[in-house]
Design a protein around this ligand. Structure first.
Ligand code: ZN
Length: 261
């Protein structure tokens, strides 16, 4: 992943995805928005108590930079489930933590502050899946459900899926107690004492993807830590409540709609 400073606001992007014609994949930083502290400044969290006018302006700023018309945006009601939803209408969807679509009608969005963004693309059939994977969703195997949904709904071969993982809280800062660590037996390391552990969410999601048939060379799990990189990112764990949220978007360019920007 790279932080593209050639655009305002700067966007997190992936070279793998930039190389695919027509694909739009981006994750926001906290820079160049209009919200004051504690949402300083590009807060995109609709469920936060930030001023709705500023939220709307931030959204316009981010989607403008990403090149997506806001009328085709769909977003999940994220509740740490393993539900994968295929939207039929724009805007807010029901409870789910993964959105699945084919073609360039909808632009998939999800919001994050420490949880892991997982973006899945199958270029040939123009299939996209946006996954919100916190530790609960990861422990419940949401990445596997997402790959299975791509197979079931659109007959996608897992070997053709390309995956990237966005900025999230890395093991350096994701310290948990034994009850959470127990759910990640292969992806946690000892913390500061016997009661604390550090969990590797990218490792756990990579394992889920591989087990579901995604090729290791198709998984880009190299990500920045939202808690360490305070200049660029909000972190719920670092900043507490209230704090801002990032947005990830995933879409195929839609000439008819996106040119209206
Ligand atoms: Zn960190």
């Amino acid at each position: 992943m790279i932080i593209d400073h050639n655009i305002s606001p700067p966007l997190v992007r992936w070279k793998t995805f930039d190389a695919i014609p027509g694909l739009i994949a981006a994750f926001s930083t906290r820079l160049d928005g209009v919200s004051p502290a504690p949402y300083e400044s590009l807060n995109l969290g609709l469920a936060t108590d930030d001023n709705p006018v500023r939220l709307a302006e931030n959204r316009q700023i981010f989607l403008g930079a990403a090149g997506i018309d806001p009328t085709r945006l769909v977003w999940a009601k994220q509740e740490h489930t393993t539900t994968v939803l295929t939207p039929d209408t724009p805007g807010a969807q029901g409870s789910c933590d993964a959105l699945l679509t084919q073609g360039n009608r909808w632009a998939l969005a999800a919001t994050f502050a420490d949880c892991l963004p997982l973006l899945l693309v199958e270029p040939e059939s123009q299939t996209l899946c946006m996954v919100h994977a916190g530790w609960r969703g990861t422990a419940a195997g949401i990445a596997r459900y997402a790959v299975e949904a791509m197979q079931d709904k659109y007959q996608i071969t897992p070997e053709k899926i390309l995956a990237v993982i966005g900025p999230h809280i890395l093991p350096c800062c994701f310290e948990v107690g034994t009850n959470v660590a127990e759910q990640f037996p292969d992806d946690c390391q000892p913390g500061r004492d016997a009661a604390h552990w550090q969990v590797d969410l990218a490792g756990a999601n990579t394992r889920l993807l591989k087990n579901a048939g995604v090729l290791p060379e198709h998984i880009n799990a190299q990500a920045l830590c939202t808690s360490c990189e305070s200049h660029y990112f909000f972190s719920h764990r670092r900043d507490g409540f209230p704090s801002g949220r990032h947005m990830a978007v995933l879409a195929w360019h839609n000439t008819e709609l996106d040119t209206q920007l």
